[in-house]
Write a protein that binds this ligand. Structure first.
Ligand code: ATR
Length: 287
């Protein structure tokens, strides 16, 4: 791609940022859509986030993604925030406005678009959500917002599950999320569930780790969605499949959170065929 005087810059702020796949997503989209845009990683040292956002604004940077550990801390650096991101308490996308940035959370909508594209539905479903950290929190919000009948939110530390459930239920005005201790998973009523794996257990290089190993648990799962995409197939996914369920990894979610950010920055719509091209590139990059 030719970089010239009209080229706009977007990027990722976080720590670390060295292993990110986001440049591949955005630079491929810019190339395919014929837009003058480059996307680069910015490693931000602890304590320098506010300076980084101010500097980006001064440099007229069009948009930023935000990753670990700054998704909550960045909220204090914004001039505006989208309601959904405010409710979730986490921002992963900054969009340039006059005089600053408006924050969004595209992780949640990204997961939703990923699920739609795989034919997985949330409305009216009974869902088991494993984990109550940053990623799982956004999933709990998504499930309640999209009309899940009930979400059993299981976490090793019960406190964290209780906090997320209280916040989501208060906003949804119903008891959509039921917090439970991970070890009490046998108390989940009989039935068939969509299970979403939102803990960090099983992430490469710990490919053989799984948050619940009991076969009886997987008998209750008709579809498993792991937010992890490295390894390509987690042990959680293998166990779901071994018990007759369908299993998906988190690469589609990564793709769509990026696509939604790109759409916000450039005021364009990315077609399914372009999305598919980027997906194949991501797949090659991680295999
Ligand atoms: P992220 O932003 O990726 O969600 P996080 O906020 O650190 O990361 O959350 C990690 C999640 O994985 C939490 O739900 C954590 O459980 P705790 O809240 O009890 O810490 C879960 N997790 C991490 N290691 C775990 C383990 N060995 N067993 C069970 N759950 C684990």
């Amino acid at each position: 791609m030719e970089i010239n005087g009209r080229t706009r810059t977007c990027g990722l702020i976080g720590n670390p940022v060295e292993h990110t796949l986001s440049p591949l997503i955005h630079n491929t989209l810019a190339e395919r859509l014929g837009q003058q845009l480059v996307y680069v990683p910015f490693h931000v040292e602890p304590g320098r986030l506010a300076e980084a956002v101010k500097g980006a604004e001064a440099l007229n940077i069009l948009g930023l993604n935000v990753t670990v550990p700054y998704k909550s801390e960045v909220i204090a650096c914004l001039t505006e925030i989208d309601d959904l991101a405010k409710n979730i308490g986490a921002v992963n996308t900054l969009v340039r406005t006059t005089g600053g940035y408006r924050g969004y959370n595209t992780d949640m909508e990204g997961l939703y678009r990923a699920m739609l594209s795989e034919g997985i539905k949330i409305a009216g479903e009974q869902i088991i959500l494993l984990g109550a950290g940053g990623a799982a929190r956004a999933v709990a919000w998504l499930c309640a917002a999209k009309g899940a009948e009930r979400v059993y939110l299981l976490n090793r530390t019960l406190d964290r599950a209780q906090t997320v459930a209280a916040e989501v239920n208060a906003s949804a005005c119903r008891e959509a999320v039921m917090p439970m201790k991970l070890a009490d998973y046998t108390a989940i009523p009989e039935g068939k569930y969509l299970a979403i794996q939102g803990t960090s257990v099983g992430l490469s290089p710990n490919n053989e780790d799984v948050v619940i190993a009991d076969d009886a648990f997987y008998e209750k799962v008709h579809t498993g969605f792991d937010l992890i995409y490295n390894p390509w197939e987690t042990k959680f996914m293998r166990l779901v499949k071994a018990h007759g369920g369908r299993a998906y990894n988190g690469l589609m979610m990564l793709l769509y959170q990026g696509i939604i950010a790109y759409e916000l920055w450039n005021d364009v719509e990315v077609s399914e065929s372009k999305a598919r091209i980027v997906y194949e590139k991501l797949k090659d990059a991680i295999s």
